[in-house]
Design a protein around this ligand. Structure first.
Ligand code: GLV
Ligand code: GLV
Length: 328
């Protein structure tokens, strides 16, 4: 069989008009999470037609895809779990450390030539320590979402002397009951416990947001949640911007309700510019959605996306097919 491959030549989301020209007749299409108009174009465009068998997204997240629309049409969806777990966990740890230790703020100070005005001083630039210490012997890490990436992040925190792990999990897909005991034994933790959002907010030294996006998880971190967090706590979001209410977070940071925030994702990205209230907050470190951005990981994602596409086109097993029935 001959496969005709049509490739958008730019390293950015494709133009809508280009897509509308190319899609008719396609059996499969690879999309990025930045292709937000893709779902609409594909389902509304009749010419996308009966040939379409598979959509393969080069991402672990899939909230940019209209799952019920494609499921109704019998189109399969491929995605890229696992291959990016380590890269995103690395970045989550990096953000927790960067925020706690004022990494971004103090680097700018040096860049701006201001170090001479701020020589070393006993309590200069002090922030909350992530590692356990005689002063703070217990360290509680909180996770909103406790899937692969959250657990890989926990693993990286163990050498820092973390003692407690608490997590919030979607009530409709809880982890297996034996998980808590297994992780306690594996990592020598004092406790691993599934909790509600209130307890998570109150007890965590760092809250890592690592759950899927979409309506179900929208603004799980809101003014109420932030108001219950410790004053010294750090919020890290490396999943989807929609989980955190940006306005409430900016207010909380401005009023010193929490210590700081590290965000790889922000609601409304990439339209996040210098006048955004979060960008103006010195204790908010914002990165432009680079969680999976290592060459190794992006190659892994691209390869998996291609394999998913081919599997779907040839009606063979796809290495990572999303089970649409359980999600629609
Ligand atoms: C990145 O955010 C992804 O979903 O792969
Ligand atoms: C989410 O997809 C995760 O792997 O935690």
């Amino acid at each position: 069989m001959i496969i005709q491959l049509v490739v958008w030549p730019d390293d950015r989301a494709c133009d809508r008009s280009w897509l509308m020209d190319q899609v008719p007749g396609a059996s499969g299409i690879i999309v990025m999470l930045s292709d937000t108009h893709t779902a609409f174009s594909l389902y509304s465009h009749k010419a996308a037609g009966p040939n379409l068998r598979v959509i393969s997204t080069m991402s672990v997240g899939y909230e940019h895809i209209d799952l019920s629309a494609i499921s109704q049409r019998g189109v399969k969806l491929g995605y890229t779990p696992d291959v990016l777990t380590d890269a995103v966990a690395d970045l989550s740890l990096m953000l927790a450390l960067m925020v706690g230790r004022n990494g971004a703020e103090t680097m700018s100070l040096v860049r701006n030539g201001e170090w001479p005005n701020s020589p070393w001083s006993p309590f200069g630039f002090c922030g909350p320590q992530l590692s356990a210490s005689p002063v703070s012997p217990t360290r509680t890490m909180g996770f909103i979402g406790f899937g692969r990436i959250a657990q890989a992040t926990l693993k990286r925190l163990i050498p820092l002397g973390v003692t407690h792990c608490i997590y919030y999990a979607n009530p409709s897909s809880p982890p297996k009951p034996s998980l808590d005991a297994e992780l306690m034994t594996k990592y020598g933790l004092n406790s691993v416990k599934r909790v509600d959002l209130d307890e998570l907010a109150k007890d965590s030294d760092v809250v890592f947001v690592l759950a899927p996006g979409g309506e179900q998880t929208k603004h799980l971190v809101n003014a109420d949640f932030l108001g219950k967090m410790k004053k010294t706590a750090v919020l890290v979001n490396t999943s989807r911007g929609t989980l955190v209410d940006s306005e409430a977070l900016a207010t909380a940071l401005h009023q010193g309700v929490i210590w700081g925030a590290g965000l790889d994702v922000v609601e409304g990205e990439p339209q996040v510019t210098a006048d955004h209230p979060l960008v103006k907050e010195p204790r908010c470190v914002i990165l432009p959605h680079i969680g999976s951005a290592t060459l190794e990981t992006r190659l892994g994602m691209a390869t998996l996306a291609a394999k998913n596409l081919l599997g779907g086109i040839f009606e063979e097993a796809m290495p990572a097919e999303l089970n649409l029935k359980s999600r629609t």
